[in-house]
Design a protein around this ligand. Structure first.
Ligand code: F6R
Length: 233
């Protein structure tokens, strides 16, 4: 596992986006695994910039998002909306090539992913150590499934909703074993509230920290800022 300490989110976004652009230019039908939330925003901004500067085309790219809320009240609250707003509507990706897990048939997502194989997976991490919405104590063998969100996750994500009551209580998420099938994984963690989750991840495998499964993967890079780095003091 590689750990890269960067000055800020902008630097992290630039570096990950340039790795993605390089990959797509080598392999135009690259399959990307994507996250929502605040962590990948700077990466998506840089990808849009690269597209507008004609450095890359997403015409043949396929994407699989990690997760989607179940039972959201407004379209605007969905992760599908988030992705369109923050990336898809600004680039030349084809709508049919973008995928989200379906709560009515979660396991179908694993089958689709198995057929395509994710080349490059972008992850954030929850303050409780979740990746996707794989909350603490989930099985390391989990496939795409419906999950209840923890109180911590509901509270952390309430900033994007009208009120805490509007945050859905459930989501459908790729499982840990689904995520582990990606050929290459990058995880972004910035800010003090991610530090203890990163500390748990680096301490080795434990079910309390689902992200710690990444210790088993042969090609993972963790991008940190100083605040999230447990080795800093
Ligand atoms: C989002 C996702 C989550 C987030 C995590 C961190 O699709 O899968 O695991 O990556 O909750 O969220 P932010 O980046 O908002 O701190």
């Amino acid at each position: 596992m590689k750990i890269l300490l960067k000055n800020n989110k902008e630097e992290i976004g630039k570096e990950i986006a340039s790795r993605i652009v390089e990959l797509i230019n080598k392999k135009p039908n690259t399959v990307l695994g994507l996250a929502t939330g605040s962590s990948p925003i700077t990466t998506y901004k840089e990808l849009i910039k690269a597209y507008k500067e004609k450095k890359v085309s997403f015409k043949y790219v396929t994407t699989f998002n990690l997760d989607e809320y179940v039972g959201y009240k407004r379209e605007k609250d969905s992760y599908k909306y988030f992705m369109h707003h923050n990336l898809f509507d600004e680039i030349d990706i084809k709508d049919v090539n973008t995928h989200f897990p379906d709560a009515t048939n979660p396991l179908a997502y694993d089958k689709e992913i198995e057929l395509k194989e994710i080349d490059f997976q972008v992850l954030g991490i929850g303050a409780d150590g979740h990746i996707g919405f794989n909350e603490p104590m989930i099985s390391f063998d989990s496939k795409t499934h419906i999950t209840k969100l923890t109180k911590q996750t509901i509270s952390d994500n309430s900033q994007y909703f009208e009120s805490i009551d509007a945050v859905p209580k459930e989501a459908v998420t790729m499982g840990l074993s689904t995520i582990m099938k990606a050929k290459e994984i990058v995880l972004i963690a910035t800010g003090k509230n991610k530090r203890s989750a990163i500390k748990a991840l680096l301490a080795g495998e434990s079910k309390e920290c689902p992200a710690s499964i990444l210790n088993r993967h042969p090609n993972v890079t963790i991008y940190l800022d100083k605040d999230a780095d447990p080795r800093e003091n």
